[in-house]
Design a protein around this ligand. Structure first.
Ligand SMILES: Cc1cc2nc3c(=O)[nH]c(=O)nc-3n(C[C@H](O)[C@H](O)[C@H](O)COP(=O)(O)OP(=O)(O)OC[C@H]3O[C@@H](n4cnc5c(N)ncnc54)[C@H](O)[C@@H]3O)c2cc1C
Length: 421
């Protein structure tokens, strides 16, 4: 799928879930596009020029090629993003192509390891939702998360790593204590000598009645990168107080939306970087409501129209809302860990290295005559990197660094396996 293609044109309805998912995909894949509502003069002109009388929305026009009723899968297929694995066995398999998985892929492939990366979505993970990363080493003016992810994926591919996109790992097991088996959708199985688990986090859900029915119809989890471009003059509510909420608030306000920021705590700076707190405080288009929560959502014709918020004193207020963006943090994706025998901490993050030792003793069932390596899980040869790991910094630079470090440790495990043969 890389490098990006010249700008494509998209004709669709802004608040139609399938159309939204397509725009979100293009935005996060760092693919430039123009977006037009179907009754706009530009859309009518494009449909006429390409002689599409009965257009099935969304339509994507890529040069001479027209995708009627376009889907993410159809675009990925046409743009070369759906290659099957080239081999049956690899030195290293990586689950997740967020910053940690991509970091591992770049270093492993450049070290000459045969490397495969499984990604159920597109590369970038949470970073692909980030409008501007300003604290990543080497980019004094910041870098868009989607752009960073695309460049990292290209770099990994250039060194020979295989990226299997839009296909998640559905199961796996450890065979003979020496070989990992991964099952992918479509009955594909791949094995590897060592593995890095970098599945990151998923959004924490907000429990408000009727919210799920409005998902992608005005309610969104995440910072709503694809929506920011079309929200001028809208009323937008952002829930959360971390950096992701802060970035979302700034990008909507800069795009000309009237933004209400709903924060459960009593200060803004507890989990948000100081530079964002300062910018939010100075922006005239942002109304910060501390000690406040969203209690109800109100819809009309299946579209979000308003939200009811309540402050700590019990005062309720109904506010108009064209968009509600939920940036209330995440939970580690570790539903797979129990079956794999991987130990977690109390909050559900993967334990690694010294954190696995109890009073200096190795974890129960640990089969080797050495302690687990620094990023090694309770299963030898399976390393964890990035946000999913207990004690990680939950930052892009930290995730990339852990990916690279996991590869250095994987070499030690590979040497151990080679010596045992
Ligand atoms: C909106 C937002 C803004 C942020 N801003 C900043 C910032 O400015 N600076 C900063 O340093 N950090 C920022 N962060 C945090 C940063 O993005 C994360 O710390 C970082 O992305 C963690 O990387 P990761 O690779 O560990 O996990 P993730 O980014 O969560 O990536 C995990 C990947 O694994 C994939 N995956 C999961 N399960 C499977 C499976 N079974 N099979 C295949 N693939 C799977 C997922 O689809 C995902 O792509 C921000 C986060 C958000 C959400």
């Amino acid at each position: 799928m890389s490098p990006a293609r010249p700008t494509v044109q998209v004709i669709g309805r802004r608040l139609e879930p399938a159309d939204h998912r397509l725009r979100d995909f293009l935005t996060r894949a760092d693919q430039p596009y123009d977006f037009y509502e179907p009754d706009s003069p530009e859309a009518l002109d494009l449909l006429g020029r390409h002689a599409i009388a009965e257009a099935r929305l969304p339509v994507v026009i890529d040069g001479d090629q027209v995708f009627n009723g376009a889907t993410i899968e159809a675009l990925a297929e046409a743009w070369g993003g759906f290659q099957p694995p080239a081999r049956a066995h690899y030195d290293l398999a990586i689950v997740g192509a967020g910053p940690a998985g991509l970091g591992a892929a770049v270093y492993a492939a450049s070290d000459g390891l045969s490397t495969i990366v499984f990604e159920r979505d597109i590369p970038g993970g949470q970073a692909s939702h980030t409008s501007m990363i300003e604290n990543f080493f080497g980019f004094p003016d910041g870098i868009e998360g989607a752009h960073l992810a695309r460049m990292a994926a290209r770099q990994a591919e250039r060194f020979g790593a295989e990226l299997i996109l839009l296909r998640g790992v559905t199961g796996g097991h450890w065979d003979d204590e020496t070989r990992w088996h991964f099952e992918l959708a479509g009955d594909v199985e791949v094995t590897a000598d060592v593995a890095v688990a970098a599945p990151g986090m998923e959004w924490r859900r907000l429990d408000v009645e009727g919210l799920d029915e409005l998902l992608d119809r005005g309610v969104y989890y995440g910072a709503g990168r694809s929506e920011a471009a079309t929200c001028t003059g809208d009323d937008v509510v952002v829930v959360g107080a971390g950096n992701s909420a802060g970035q979302a608030v700034m990008s909507f306000a800069d795009a000309g939306a009237r933004v209400t920021m709903v924060v459960r705590g009593d200060v803004l700076g507890r989990t948000m970087s100081g530079y964002l707190v300062d910018r939010i405080g100075e922006h005239p288009g942002i109304d910060v409501r501390l000690r406040t929560q969203v209690r109800e959502v109100h819809a009309d014709h299946e579209r979000l129209r308003a939200v009811t918020i309540e402050d700590a004193a019990g005062a309720v207020e109904r506010r108009p809302a064209d968009g509600l963006f939920l940036c209330i943090g995440g939970e580690p994706r570790t539903g797979w860990a129990d079956a794999a025998g991987v130990r977690l901490d109390r909050a559900g993050y993967v334990l690694t290295g010294p954190d696995l030792l109890e009073a200096g003793n190795r974890p129960e069932g640990w089969p080797l005559d050495r302690d687990p390596l620094a990023l090694e899980t309770s299963v030898p040869g399976l390393f964890a990197a990035g946000d999913v790991r207990s004690g990680s910094t939950k930052r892009v630079a930290g995730a990339v660094g852990e990916g690279a470090m996991a590869v250095a440790l994987a070499h030690r495990r590979l040497a151990e396996l080679a010596a045992a043969v």
